[in-house]
Design a protein around this ligand. Structure first.
Ligand code: E4P
Length: 214
């Protein structure tokens, strides 16, 4: 499973990239707002940091607006993926963009039928928001399993990005469900490395090694 970092903070992207486990980046308007920087300048810096797919989100609510934004974003680099909300106008735009060879990430997905429509329109990626579903009393990962089944049944090539990930168990469940990608914060990425038994074992080995005659 590919791992993406979900942030617009270049320092976090640099750090995660240095660990050697990052395949791509997803941003969104909230992440961009947190940086306090202009989107254009920020996007250029992020695109200079990583060769893998970088999702940049459109803001327009009509297909012509989304298409115009998407074409401009796609010109910023060969690895740009245009993030489009799963509204009717968004999917109209995705259909046009996919014919033009512009990669799309259809976002804010909360139902398997939305995901089926996105795949029919040629979406490159689909982003189900599992943590937000869990918080609303649903089983977010069940959505991922249903999307996987639909895509396998009909041979859709759209890749599933499990998003709104809150903890390592979401990452495990995503991998077991056969998701193509999981996108997460730097904190969750860090947690993937952590296990108290690993720390304990390293500590004991170092203490024992100190007893070995030199
Ligand atoms: C993914 O592409 C989204 O940016 C992200 O996961 C949004 O989810 P959250 O704001 O609920 O964390």
């Amino acid at each position: 499973m590919k791992l993406f970092i979900d942030t617009a903070d270049p320092d976090q992207i640099r750090l995660a990239h240095s660990w050697g486990i990052i395949d791509g980046v997803t941003t969104n308007p909230s992440h961009v707002a947190k940086t306090g920087r202009s989107a254009q300048e920020l996007y250029r810096e992020i695109l200079s940091l990583i060769d893998g797919p970088v999702s940049l989100e459109t803001i327009g609510l009509t297909a012509p607006e989304i298409i115009e934004e998407a074409r401009a974003l796609a010109k910023m680099g060969p690895n740009v993926v245009v993030k489009v909300p799963i509204i009717k106008e968004g999917l109209k735009a995705v259909k046009v963009l996919s014919r033009e060879g512009i990669k799309t990430n259809v976002t804010v997905t909360f139902s398997p039928l939305q995901a089926m429509l996105a795949a029919k329109c040629g979406a490159t990626y689909i982003s189900p928001f599992v943590g937000r579903l869990d918080a609303a009393g649903h089983f977010g990962m069940e959505l991922v399993r249903q999307i996987r089944t639909i895509y396998v049944n009909y041979g859709f090539k759209t890749e599933i990005i499990v998003a709104a990930v809150r903890h390592p168990t979401h990452v495990l469940e995503a991998a077991l469900a056969g998701a193509d990608i999981c996108t997460m914060s730097i904190d969750v990425l860090q947690q993937l490395y952590d296990h108290p038994l690993t720390d304990l074992a390293v500590d004991i080995f170092l203490k024992d090694w100190a007893k070995v005659p030199k």
